[in-house]
Every structure is written in structure tokens, then in C-alpha cells.
Design a protein around this ligand. Structure first.
Ligand SMILES: [Zn+2]
Length: 147
């Protein structure tokens, strides 16, 4: 098996460890890198899984991208798409809801579209989630004027 990130061949042990941890096969170096990103940004596990699935699909995603305002779970800058994973949507408070709306306003002002993906759809419907995001990207691409 190879690392999902650098395509380097990885051993059985590395593969087992990273699959257990992330559900994604990663070499030791990339496991450490992901650990560090998650530690710094409190990145949900599903964001890591979706990031690699989108990468595999050729979407050129970026994990924990700083937009000058906040860190975005996954950004696809080519079509100005921000993807935020929602992990606690059942317990959303009114403060959180208005903060989300304000974040959406900021990103729209910068020409970015933000979609919120519940983490359970990544867990249970990863392929469908990726297919839908690729569709959204196509839609956005059609709307971006070529200069
Ligand atoms: Zn690697």
C-alpha cells in the first residue's frame, strides 16, 4: 500500500496504524503532519478523511486553510469553495448559529462560497459526499468568469 499523500510505499505497520487512526493510509511523516495540524486547529477526523478523498478525486483541496479571518477545515481555492465540517450540529446554540451566519457573510464578501457538511455524511456516505462536492465545484466553475 502507498501513502495517500506522497504515494510513498508504506509498511504493513504504518498502514495499520494510520488506518486505525484516520481511516486513511499515511506514511509516518504524513501521520505526524496530520497530527500536528489537528492539534493546532482541532480539526475533525472527518475533515482529514474528506480532504484525502477529495485529493484522490483531483479536487486540489487544502486542509486548514487560513482565510485571513479564520482557519477553514477544507478550502478549494480554484473555485473559491470553503468546506466546514459540522460535528456538533445537534447541539448548535443561537450564538453558534449567528457566528456561522457572520462567517458565511465574510466569505461571500470575499467571493467564497461556504458549505457545511455534517460529519456523519462523511462517515457513512463518503463517495456520495465527494460526488456532490465535485458537482458543486462544477457549478461554481461555470459561474467564475474567465478573465
Ligand atoms: Zn506520505
Amino acid at each position: 500500500m502507498t501513502c495517500c499523500d506522497c504515494k510513498k510505499n508504506i509498511g504493513f505497520r504504518e498502514q495499520q496504524d494510520s488506518l486505525e487512526k484516520y481511516g486513511v493510509a499515511l506514511c509516518e511523516r504524513h501521520s505526524r503532519l496530520i497530527d500536528k495540524i489537528r492539534e493546532t486547529n482541532n480539526t475533525p477526523l472527518e475533515a482529514v478523511q474528506l480532504y484525502y478523498a477529495l485529493k484522490e478525486a483531483g479536487a486540489n483541496p487544502m486542509l486548514e486553510w487560513w482565510d485571513g479571518h479564520k482557519s477553514i477545515d477544507i478550502a478549494i481555492s480554484r473555485v473559491k469553495l470553503n468546506i466546514e465540517l459540522e460535528t456538533e450540529y445537534q447541539m448548535i446554540t443561537h450564538e453558534q448559529a449567528i457566528n456561522d451566519l457572520e462567517d458565511a457573510m465574510h466569505s461571500f464578501k470575499n467571493g467564497f462560497t461556504t458549505i457545511r457538511v455534517p460529519s456523519i455524511v462523511v462517515r457513512y456516505y463518503l463517495a456520495d459526499t465527494v460526488r456532490n462536492i465535485l458537482g458543486i465545484m462544477e457549478g461554481l466553475k461555470a459561474n467564475i468568469k474567465v478573465i
